[in-house]
Ligand binder design. Structure first.
Ligand code: ATP
Ligand code: MG
Length: 318
């Protein structure tokens, strides 16, 4: 952490959720929100809350949705100096409704909102010049502004002795263009830490099967893999140590959105604060589990004290 803050780049959104389970938004329904959201913002918020130095690059509109987001991140201790306020476009938004089976319907406004309208600025350059770690969400690779910043920032952060983490976070139902696939490959090759869930592991490795995919990634230079398994827990693999498994905490799942992002934010922050794999994985698992107990994508992000209390009072799955 002494090298400088962990920096995340990408979409900052509000989420507005249906209060009822069902299909879509084709009739008037009760909604609740706005909640601060956006995968990179959730990650950086949890990173800051647990005590890691953290900073966000992105953009919001000059509106209440933007003020909600920037206010939350700042209150939780994140550096918001490189969040641009767009004078013309509104803050990005996602309307979300859970279906009976657990899948979700969305109405998004990201690409045509302030969320996508940032780039390399004096503020971004100043932040990147003192950053110690860059975190990339694969989903950001479909955003031109994020790609521009990531590609300029990465060599600067690496040259300072900083590190890179990657949450593949690619939706498997979306087919990405060749340039995006290539960028993804390059980031996998440059990553010190990868945080995949489910079939993102195989996708990142380009090989099927957990053991083979893990072996391939470690061979290609990835130092650490934190594999997220939802309510089945998480495992960290490294080249030189045996795998470390952490069973999930037993919680009542109210809203699964943001679990992976909180897990990642806590894991990266704890490792950068000097914790060992086992301790960092415990905090990360607690952060993911605690977040699913609250409605809203980052409402359950926990401080170190809150996570200590959660760990002390919550049983783990066998
Ligand atoms: P997201 O849906 O946010 O993209 P993800 O797929 O990246 O999430 P998950 O595996 O769902 O990541 O969650 C990350 C971690 O959070 C898990 O490895 C687990 O430790 C914890 N977690 C997630 N869901 C639950 C749950 N229902 N009960 C307990 N712990 C959970
Ligand atoms: Mg994920």
């Amino acid at each position: 952490d002494q090298l400088g803050p962990t920096v995340a780049v990408g979409e900052i959104l509000v989420e507005i959720m249906a209060t009822s389970v069902g299909d879509g938004f084709c009739e008037p329904i009760a909604l609740v929100g706005p909640y601060p959201s956006g995968a990179p913002a959730i990650f950086i918020d949890q990173c800051a809350r647990i005590g890691g130095a953290a900073a966000m690059i992105g953009a919001v509109g000059s509106d209440d949705f933007g003020r909600l987001n920037v206010g939350r991140l700042a209150a939780d201790g994140a550096d918001v100096s490189a969040i641009r306020v767009d004078p013309d476009y509104p803050t990005g938004s996602a309307f979300v409704r859970y279906r009976a089976g657990g899948s979700r319907d969305f109405v998004y406004n990201i690409a045509t909102s302030a969320a996508a309208r940032f780039g390399w600025s004096a503020e971004v350059e100043a932040l990147v010049g003192r950053a110690g770690h860059l975190h990339v969400m694969g989903s950001a690779l479909s955003m031109k502004s994020a790609v521009e910043v990531i590609e300029r920032a990465l060599p600067i952060v690496k040259a300072r002795g900083g590190t890179l983490s990657l949450d593949p976070n690619l939706r498997k139902e979306i087919v990405y263009d060749a340039a995006t696939e290539r960028r993804f490959r390059d980031l996998v090759a440059a990553a010190d830490l990868i945080l995949p869930s489910g079939d993102e592991l195989a996708r990142a490795a380009g090989v099927d099967g957990e053991a083979a995919a893990v072996a391939r990634l470690l061979e290609t230079g990835v130092k650490e893999i934190a594999l997220k398994r939802g309510a089945a827990g998480a495992t960290v693999f490294t080249r030189h140590t045996p795998p470390v498994f952490a069973p999930a905490f037993q919680v009542e799942e109210v809203d699964p959105t943001g679990a992976g992002d909180c897990f990642g934010g806590a894991y990266v922050a704890c490792r950068r604060l000097g914790m060992g794999i086992e301790a960092a994985l415990t905090y990360a698992s607690a952060a993911g589990a605690r977040n699913v107990t609250r409605r809203g994508p980052m409402e359950g992000a926990g401080s170190r004290a809150e996570l200590d209390a959660f760990i002390a009072e919550t049983a783990r799955h066998a």
